[in-house]
Design a protein around this ligand. Structure first.
Ligand SMILES: [Fe+2]
Length: 261
């Protein structure tokens, strides 16, 4: 799992649907959204989000044969198992990282409310000062020797994931003058097929930077933007220890949810 560079290679794709991108053809820069569905998917090209000008496909997408690897069942981990401690970003070094300790948990569900079990959930984030460990990050905020900023876990039988981490800081990203990203945690989820991957970001409630952020604003429907915001939940909060946030991830389409019973 790589650490996305926060400035030159910010690659958020707040898809709300778990489908292989290779099977979709561009439709005026949009990704196959029907009139009857809420428009939650950002266009490939959103000029206010400057990186999309270089990144947006200029030619029709190449459609790979369905029998290729993206139909292979996943997740596949090779010789590197997912360990319980991978989900605690505050225990990866000799000492605890600085910052506000938080718990982030939720369920991965399909559109029918059925849990997505045993799916690989990966996160990466800046530290509490808004700095990534990525060497390409030159934001003059301090690195934390006790924080890498990457974690992963598998969803359980209820589709639940859970991470312990510290609240990431906002950081500047040079998209436009005085541009600052709201505090966020990057998420990646793999579906039951290797070709089905969701990459998105979770935000924190009440962040005034969200309304200024071109990445957030590239999501056409306001409801889609709201769905990226976690909820402060006192039932998750552990007294005297950490605030708890709940963020459920709903993947549209029962066809993409082979764990559905
Ligand atoms: Fe980021």
């Amino acid at each position: 799992m790589g650490i996305g560079h926060p400035r030159r290679r910010s690659f958020v794709t707040p898809l709300w649907r778990l489908t292989p991108a290779v099977s979709q053809a561009p439709d005026n820069g949009r990704k196959g959204v029907s009139d009857s569905e809420p428009d939650y998917e950002p266009p490939y090209l959103y000029p206010d989000y400057r990186a999309t000008v270089l990144r947006a496909p200029k030619r029709p997408l190449v459609k790979l044969p369905e029998e290729w690897f993206h139909r292979a069942r996943g997740p596949v981990f090779g010789r590197i198992p997912v360990r319980p401690e991978d989900a605690d970003l505050t225990r990866q070094h000799n000492r605890e990282p600085l910052g506000e300790r938080i718990i982030v948990t939720g369920r991965v569900l399909d559109s029918d409310g059925a849990p997505i079990r045993n799916t690989l959930v990966e996160i990466w984030q800046a530290n509490a000062a808004g700095r990534y460990i990525d060497p390409a990050d030159d934001h003059p905020a301090p690195l934390d020797p006790n924080f890498t900023g990457a974690g992963r876990c598998l969803s359980d039988n209820d589709g639940r994931y859970r991470f312990v981490t510290v609240k990431p800081g906002a950081y500047p990203w040079r998209n436009h003058p005085n541009a600052w990203r709201p505090a966020h945690i990057h998420f990646s989820l793999f579906g039951a097929e290797l070709g089905s991957r969701l990459v998105t970001q979770m935000y924190f409630p009440g962040d005034p930077l969200m309304s200024l952020d071109p990445m957030v604003k590239s999501i056409p429907d306001m409801r889609g933007r709201d769905l990226l915001v976690a909820t402060l939940d006192l039932s998750i909060t552990e007294p005297e220890w950490a605030l708890g946030y709940r963020w459920d991830i709903v993947l549209r389409g029962s066809a993409a949810t082979p764990f559905e019973s």
